[in-house]
Design a protein around this ligand. Structure first.
Ligand code: BGC
Length: 352
């Protein structure tokens, strides 16, 4: 495997067929991320020309080797699970070459368990699932990839510019569905903790559901993302509001803020934890009991959530979505992994 350092490698054989693909990967032997020319993927049901790939907190955590695994028998993992691709070749009739697609992240556990067998790998019962670009399977931050058709969601070409938000939006849609399912009444007020990409998408998803939305985050009130949220009708605050939330979506990674926000939940309210890490926090069990309040976790997304995410993005104002995305050339990917994105809400790398 050849490190990229300027002069491009010979990437096509004498038939004009590509033999190397540019990829961002984690090298578990050297314990560092690398941008390399790596062998092209094997044949598969659908061959994908990857257009772009988003970077998120999970990728940055993976790059610290806090978790994640390379495919069995390999010492490298191609990163990337927020992908947009074009079908280059397909052996299934319903997926034509040229179709824009977003892949699912998770693959079934061996067995598979009842959830995975029913297509809800996001609800895997064994924990032995695999995730592209995270656990045991190569991801999509490479020029080419292969997949099975059942793992791909077709996206209308009109959404090309924002399709990289489908995967994180699918996580948000699942979290909203979970909250609605667990709330025994009619939730009307959403409180979002954090104004990163997931927090912003949660705010947009809440607006689409007709909810009153408040976002609490640490960015100052005049930060561009705070202004963007306010321009859409979201209430933006840097401190927790009064007891007025029916649903809280935690998208800030901070357990202490999540625990403190329980004080904002109205009776019957539901807190969905998406990113908080383990921490010693005090939980108000008595409030949970007497107010029929619920705390739950949510991860990944099912096929229906991907379809909902596509529908939601199609229904939203492009002016809310476009400013979230900062596109960078692939050669900046190592820099993007090393540092939090600063003012950029979602950093995306172009592969083609
Ligand atoms: C992804 C999910 C994935 C989770 C845990 C998130 O960044 O969006 O699809 O299940 O990481 O690996």
């Amino acid at each position: 495997m050849r490190e990229l350092s300027g002069a491009p490698a010979r990437r096509e054989n004498h038939h004009g067929r590509r033999v190397l693909v540019r990829a961002l990967l984690l090298d578990y032997a050297e314990r560092r991320p690398r941008l390399v020319d790596s062998p092209e993927p094997p044949e598969g049901e659908v061959r994908l020309r990857i257009l772009e790939c988003g970077t998120c907190g999970t990728d940055r955590d993976l790059a610290t080797f806090a978790f994640g695994t390379a495919p069995a028998g390999e010492s490298q993992l191609i990163l990337g699970h927020e992908a947009v691709a074009e079908v280059a070749a397909s052996s299934v009739s319903h997926l034509q070459a040229g179709t824009l697609v977003v892949p699912a992240v998770r693959r079934a556990c061996p067995g598979p368990c009842a959830s995975c067998a029913a297509g809800r790998r996001d609800l895997c019962l064994t924990g032995a699932y695999q995730e592209r670009g995270i656990f045991g399977l190569h991801g999509y931050c490479a020029e080419w990839a292969v997949d099975r058709a059942e793992d791909l969601f077709a996206v209308p070409a009109t959404l090309a510019e924002v399709a990289v938000l489908v995967e994180p939006m699918s996580v948000v849609e699942k979290a909203c569905d979970t909250a609605v399912r667990l709330h025994p009444g009619q939730p009307a007020h959403l409180l979002v903790l954090g104004a990163g990409a997931v927090g912003m998408l949660a705010a947009w998803a809440g607006l689409r559901r007709g909810w009153l939305v408040t976002v609490v985050s640490r960015e100052p009130e005049d930060a561009p993302r705070a202004r963007l949220l306010r321009s859409a009708g979201v209430i933006y605050r840097t401190t927790l509001p009064a007891k007025e939330a029916d649903v809280i979506l935690e998208a800030c990674g901070a357990a202490d803020l999540a625990a403190a926000a329980l004080g904002c939940l109205r009776p019957l309210g539901v807190l969905v934890v998406l990113g908080a890490r383990n921490a010693a926090v005090q939980l108000p069990f008595l409030d949970l009991i007497v107010g029929n309040r619920t705390i739950t976790g949510s991860v990944n997304a099912g096929p229906e959530h991907f379809r909902q995410a596509i529908a939601t993005l199609a229904a939203l104002e492009p002016a809310w979505l476009r400013p979230m995305i900062e596109r960078r050339p692939l050669h900046r990917a190592l820099e993007s992994l090393a540092a939090a994105p600063g003012d950029a809400i979602k950093v995306v790398h172009a592969l083609h």
